[in-house]
Write a protein that binds this ligand. Structure first.
Ligand code: NAD
Length: 424
């Protein structure tokens, strides 16, 4: 069964994205019709996905694809597998993709997808059948020039390969329908670690701005998946002392610095950080409040809230995850001496290299890794510098500055295309 504009629940990511948008829109004095156009999804699809489980029973899952805005290019956004996935969250995550792509000046719009499931309790075969059936459900919406999914929480290159295969069976060979694919199927050099690498580029640019060497700094990283692991690894290679890391099973702290490569090897073999001997084991929530210069939440949304923010022992938060700070708590952070570098800037490295992958697929040409790293750095630094300059000029937070830059680009494109023309 498919329903367009399923009501969905208004959960944190959706609320957070609206509250953040409104703060910038107020300063920009946007009129109400423009706000409505920018602040609601273009299209929302909800699908039911029947899957034959290994025990012979059929289980029916709920899946979503939300397209927020495509005035600057095809919709683009990750696919999340998690028990808490809801239409409301996917809505907010889709809007953040629009603002992220605009801020980074990538010719792409915003979208997000998700399936409410617990992939940790599913076999490889069940995940493959789930993914293929989901592509069957959303197949009319996606395509290389329509909407291009990518990995997000609990999805990976293997799953992207199944999406490419299922779509290509119907439409002909179409590597550009999805990014984050295995290299053998048209994936790009540098995509797997791109988000974490981008995070490390933003952190090191910030350290430069503060006239600090990275080997004089320390960081705590919450989440040790694709983003958290690669962010921690690249920062440690640049000299930053990683004093705490965590995953959903627990945290590890070491004031002298953790060996991130060893922690990564441990996680690969054991499936979690639990039991890693390179530091002291703590509850995962302790990592968020561990003393450090830079806190890098890299797991899920809404983890810094009224119950945690007063215990924070950091000066700067780099939002590597999407929406890790509760929007009601954020206004209190400056008073506590805490600065926030926003997600739509900090974790933009992933979609940037996804864009490079898409371009390579369309060109049927492979770029070299060095070219990708150089372009990634150019785009991340340019966006960072613009955010810093505008925030200082307008005396606003870095998040509001990032939103103003992004909204302005979308509004201009809408105006020029005639999609949204305020004055005729
Ligand atoms: P992932 O599934 O690879 O990793 C998530 C990690 O978070 C896992 O290590 C998990 O154990 C951990 N985690 C979950 N709950 C936790 C808790 N309570 N405490 C500590 N750790 C916890 O996902 P990912 O791709 O790394 O995505 C992480 C975040 O980054 C998400 O917000 C996602 O939307 C965002 N993001 C991802 C990409 C990408 O390219 N993958 C790009 C941009 C933004």
């Amino acid at each position: 069964m498919k329903t367009i504009h399923d009501s969905g629940s208004s959960t944190d990511c959706h609320k957070a994205s609206i509250m953040q948008f409104d703060r910038a829109a107020d300063l920009m004095e946007l009129d109400s019709a423009l706000r409505q156009w920018l602040n609601t999804s273009f299209r929302e699809l909800s699908v039911r996905i029947p899957v034959r489980m290994d025990n012979g029973n059929v289980q029916v899952f709920s899946g979503y694809r939300v397209q927020h805005n495509n005035v600057r290019g095809p919709h683009k956004g990750g696919l999340r597998y998690h028990p808490d996935v809801s239409l409301g969250d996917i809505r907010g995550l889709a809007a953040w993709m629009t603002w992220k792509c605009a801020l980074l000046e990538l010719p792409l719009g915003g979208a997000k997808g998700g399936i409410t499931c617990n992939p940790k309790e599913m076999s490889f075969g069940e995940l493959e059948r789930l993914t293929r059936e989901y592509v069957h459900g959303i197949g009319d919406l996606i395509g290389p020039y329509k909407d291009i999914p990518a990995p997000d929480v609990n999805t990976n290159a293997r799953i992207m390969g199944w999406i490419m295969d299922e779509y290509s069976k119907r439409q002909g060979y179409s590597p550009g329908v999805v990014t984050g694919k295995p290299m053998e199927l048209g994936g790009s050099p540098g995509r797997e670690n791109a988000t974490g690498k981008g995070v490390s580029m933003v952190v090191s640019r910030w350290a430069e701005k503060e006239n600090k060497r990275l080997d004089q700094t320390s960081a705590a990283v919450q989440g040790f998946g694709n983003v958290g692991y690669h962010a921690a690894l690249h920062l440690s290679r640049l000299g930053c002392k990683i004093v705490a890391v965590s995953d959903s099973t627990g945290g590890i702290i070491n004031e002298d610095g953790l060996d991130i490569e060893a922690a990564g090897r441990h996680k690969k073999i054991k499936g979690s950080l639990s039991g890693f001997a390179g530091g002291d084991a703590v509850h995962q929530d302790e990592v968020l409040i561990f003393k450090c210069d830079y806190l890098i939440p890299s797991a899920l949304q809404n983890v810094i809230h009224g119950g945690t923010f007063e215990k924070l022992q950091t000066r700067i938060i780099f939002e590597a995850a999407n929406g890790p700070i509760c929007p009601y708590t954020e206004p209190k952070l400056p008073g506590a001496g805490i600065t926030v570098l926003p997600d739509i800037l900090v974790n933009g490295g992933g979609v940037t290299v996804s864009y490079f992958e898409w371009v390579q697929n369309i060109q049927h040409f492979k770029w070299k890794d060095e070219a990708i790293q150089l372009e990634l750095q150019t785009i991340m630094h340019r966006a960072f510098d613009r955010v810093i300059v505008l925030a200082e000029e307008r005396n606003v937070s870095y998040r509001i500055a990032a939103y103003i830059l992004a909204i302005d680009k979308v509004v201009r494109a809408g105006h020029l295309r005639g999609t949204y023309q305020p004055h005729i």
